[in-house]
Ligand binder design. Structure first.
Ligand SMILES: Cc1ncc(COP(=O)(O)O)c(C=O)c1O
Length: 415
C-alpha cells in the first residue's frame, strides 16, 4: 500500500540547517525596527532596550547549557566560535611566543568538522604540533583514546560532542575530567548536540563550547562560545580587535536581532527537549526498520545507541549516493560525497571510521526535525526503497552479488 502523500518537497536535512521557528522570528522582529538601538549606546533608552534584550538572550543561552550568563560570548556562528576557542586558547597558553617552533601540543580527531580541523591546521603552520586521532569504527571517541596521546606539552584538547554526518557522540564528560586532572584546556564543538541533548558545562567538565543558532531553529549567522570563568578561569587571545565588546573577546557591534533569536530558540529547545527526542527517535526507528526490512546490503553507520535521535546515516551497497539523491529530488537529504571539489570525494568522516570508498559513496544522511511528520517518514521510506531497487536493477555488480560472486575478489582486466 502506498504511503499517504505529504506536502512536497520534504526536508530531511536538519543537520545542515533548520528553519527558524515562527516564535523565534516573532521575538526578533521588533529589534529590526522600533527597537533598533545599539547595546553599546549607554546613554539613551534605545541602547538600554537593546542591551536588555541581549542580557535576556545571554540568560536563555546560559540556561540551556548550565552556564553562567557572564560566560557566554556571542559570535557569528559555530565556525567563528571554534576559531576563537582553538586559536584563542592555543595562542594564550602557548609555551613559546609566535614565530617559534614547539609552541605546544594540541589533540583533536580526524572526523571533526572543517571548522575545527582547519584552525588546527593553521596552528600547525604557526609552530604548534597537532595530533589527530581516528575515531573507533563506530564513530565514537573515548577518554582512554585521548589519554594515550596526551603529552607533557599538551595545552589543548578539542573533541566534538556529536558528529554532524553520523550523529554519534563522544565521552565528553570523561574527556573533560581527564583534561582537568592534567591541567589542559578542553574545547568541544557542540553544534549538533546543544538543544537536542541535556547539557551542563559545569558537570560535563567543559571549558569552551561552541554552538550555532541555525542548527536549533534559530537564525543563521549567530552563535555563541561558552568560556569557563572558574576552575579554571579560561583566557583567550581575541581574533579581532576593536570596540572591546563581549568583554574584549569579540569586538564588533552585537547582532541584536540574531542574538534575540538565538536566545528564544534556546528557550524553546529546553522546553520540550525530552519529548521531542523521543518523538524523533520513534520516527527514526520506523524509517530504519522499513529500509532494513525491505533492502539487503544496507549498513547503518555509527554506534547503534550513542547517536543523536533525529539523524541516521545509511549506506546502500551497489547504489551511488548522488544518483540516489537525484532520483529523490522531492526529498532533501545529504549524501556521503562532498561536492566541494571538482571530483566527488567520499566523506572523510565515513573514511575515518574505516568505511571503504564504495560504501562511503553510497551513503545518505537523513536528519529529521521539529516539523517532520510520520507521513513524511513513511513516504520517504517508500520512495528510498523504490529508488534503490530501480538503481540496483541497472547494476551489473548487484547482479553478480546476487549470483554469489564476491566482487571484492575480482581482478578486473587492466587496459
Ligand atoms: C559540527 C559542526 N561544527 C561547526 C559547524 C559550522 O557552524 P556555522 O554554520 O554556525 O558556522 C557545523 C555546521 O555545519 C557543524 O555541523
Amino acid at each position: 500500500m502506498s504511503a499517504k502523500l505529504p506536502k512536497l518537497p520534504i526536508y530531511l536535512d536538519h543537520a545542515a540547517t533548520t528553519a527558524c521557528d515562527p516564535r523565534v522570528v516573532e521575538a526578533m522582529l521588533p529589534y529590526f525596527t522600533e527597537k533598533f538601538g545599539n547595546p553599546g549606546s549607554r546613554n539613551h533608552s534605545f541602547g538600554w532596550a537593546a542591551e536588555e534584550a541581549v542580557t535576556k538572550a545571554r540568560h536563555q543561552v546560559a540556561e540551556l547549557i548550565g552556564a553562567d550568563p557572564k560566560e557566554i560570548i556571542f559570535t557569528s556562528g559555530a565556525t567563528e566560535s571554534n576559531n576563537l576557542a582553538i586559536k584563542g586558547a592555543a595562542n594564550m597558553y602557548a609555551k613559546k611566543p609566535a614565530g617559534q617552533t614547539q609552541r605546544g601540543h594540541i589533540i583533536s580527531v580526524s572526523h571533526e568538522h572543517k571548522a575545527v580541523l582547519d584552525p588546527c591546521k593553521r596552528l600547525e603552520k604557526e609552530g604548534f604540533e597537532v595530533t589527530l586521532i581516528d575515531p573507533q569504527s563506530d564513530g565514537t571517541v573515548t577518554r582512554e583514546m585521548i589519554e594515550t596521546v596526551i603529552r607533557d606539552d599538551t595545552i589543548l584538547v578539542t573533541v566534538m560532542w556529536a558528529n554532524n554526518e553520523i550523529g554519534t557522540f563522544n565521552e565528553i564528560p570523561e574527556i573533560g575530567a581527564l583534561c582537568h586532572e592534567k591541567g589542559i584546556i578542553f574545547h568541544t564543538d557542540a553544534t549538533q548536540w546543544v538543544g537536542k541533548m541535556p547539557t551542563n558545562v559545569k558537570e560535563d567538565n567543559v571549558d569552551l563550547l561552541s554552538l550555532s543558532g541555525h542548527k536549533l531553529y534559530g537564525p543563521k549567522g549567530v552563535g555563541a562560545l561558552y568560556v569557563r570563568r572558574r576552575r579554571p578561569r579560561v583566557r583567550l587571545m581575541a581574533l579581532q580587535e576593536g570596540g572591546g565588546q563581549e568583554r574584549g573577546f569579540r569586538s564588533g557591534t552585537l547582532n541584536v536581532t540574531g542574538i534575540v533569536g538565538l536566545g528564544k530558540a534556546c528557550e524553546l529547545c529546553a522546553a520540550d527537549m525530552d519529548s521531542e527526542r523521543q518523538r524523533l527517535l520513534n520516527l527514526r526507528n520506523k524509517l530504519e526498520a522499513a529500509i532494513t526490512n525491505a533492502l539487503d546490503v544496507v549498513q547503518i553507520n555509527g554506534h547503534p545507541d550513542k547517536r543523536l535521535a533525529h539523524l541516521t546515516n545509511i549506506s546502500f551497497g551497489f547504489v551511488e549516493g548522488e544518483s540516489l539523491m537525484m532520483a529523490l529530488k522531492e526529498i532533501a537529504m545529504s549524501s556521503g560525497s562532498a561536492c566541494t571539489s571538482a571530483s566527488l570525494e567520499p566523506s572523510y568522516v565515513l573514511k575515518a571510521l574505516g568505511i571503504g570508498d564504495d560504501l562511503a559513496h553510497s551513503s545518505l544522511r537523513i536528519s529529521m526535525g521539529r516539523w517532520t511528520t510520520e507521513e513524511e517518514i513513511d513516504y520517504a521510506a517508500e520512495k528510498i526503497i523504490e529508488a534503490v531497487n530501480k538503481l540496483r536493477d541497472l547494476s551489473p555488480l548487484y547482479d553478480m552479488h546476487n549470483e554469489g560472486i564476491d566482487i571484492t575478489k575480482i581482478e578486473w582486466a587492466a587496459h
